[in-house]
Design a protein around this ligand. Structure first.
Ligand code: ZN
Length: 278
């Protein structure tokens, strides 16, 4: 696989888009979340649609000259589905439905956009901060585990990786072996504090991905550093989560948006949040 320059190659008044390899563009809501555009000879798919602050459809059109037929969501969280209304067909694993709320509190969004330090660029000049709200996905097309989307010389395979949420999905791009891992595998804090998060399922997801390790050349998560070369994060995440279950990590209490949580620090690049006060 030919890796491309990490310099920004395309920006508008919000997004920063980089071509990370021949068939994949990373489209970043600056400093927050990354969506990925996977382009084959015939079709393209967009994995996640970001915060809904910028017009991701316009940028995607600029990159591939058409709108992709399919949007594949890694999971339902607002920072991943914000641009979904701009596209016709948005997919998710059906298991995610049990976690999707009817609505999100408005003040959550106002608090989110009222901290400019969150973002590595100023909000777009025409963005109406006071009206910012992301609707939870009301309906979506159902992904199937192991489903493969043929894009023409490039394909993208669905792998169910529940744990962060019940219907979290990762996507393996062939050829090249890039794993788009959503919030499942990433360097930073793994969020398992939600009522629907499941530590045992998360560990099983790591084991599921570990079977495919020889096919994975790099991990492209939704947050923090991307791409992460190699696949060692899979085993490291598995070790971190099993160490928590085995009581080998002393948690500490942290104050967060979700109230007091228990933080388990496993390594320099990996920590885990679980519910409750340590
Ligand atoms: Zn998430």
């Amino acid at each position: 696989m030919r890796w491309r320059s990490q310099e920004p190659l395309l920006t508008d008044d919000w997004f920063i888009a980089r071509q990370v390899c021949d068939s994949i563009w990373a489209i970043e809501d600056p400093g927050q979340v990354t969506s990925y555009l996977v382009i084959g000879r015939v079709e393209a798919v967009l994995v996640d649609t970001g915060l809904g602050i910028g017009d991701i459809a316009k940028l995607v059109f600029e990159i591939c000259g058409a709108l992709p037929r399919w949007v594949l969501n890694t999971h339902h969280h607002f920072d991943h589905v914000g641009g979904n209304p701009l596209f016709d067909k948005c997919y998710m694993l059906p298991a995610e439905a049990s976690a999707i709320p009817r609505s999100w509190p408005t003040d959550m969004f106002q608090r989110y956009v009222s901290k400019p330090a969150r973002f590595s660029r100023p909000l777009p000049p025409l963005f109406a901060r006071e009206n910012y709200y992301v609707e939870p996905p009301k309906g979506f097309h159902a992904l199937k585990d192991c489903m493969v989307f043929d894009l023409g010389r490039v394909s993208i395979e669905v792998i169910a990786t529940p744990g962060h949420t019940p219907g979290s999905a990762s996507f393996l791009v062939h050829p090249g072996g890039c794993l788009l891992s959503g919030d499942f595998l990433m360097e930073g804090t793994l969020h398992l504090q939600y009522p629907y998060s499941d530590l045992d399922a998360y560990i099983a997801s790591c084991e599921r991905i570990a079977i495919r390790l020889s096919e994975i050349s790099s991990i492209l998560p939704s947050h923090y550093r991307s791409p992460i070369p190699g696949n060692s994060l899979v085993g490291e995440t598995h070790k971190a989560l099993t160490a928590i279950i085995d009581g080998k990590i002393e948690p500490k209490s942290v104050a967060s948006y979700w109230g007091m949580l228990s933080e388990f620090v496993y390594s320099q690049r990996l920590s885990v949040w679980l519910p409750g006060n340590a």
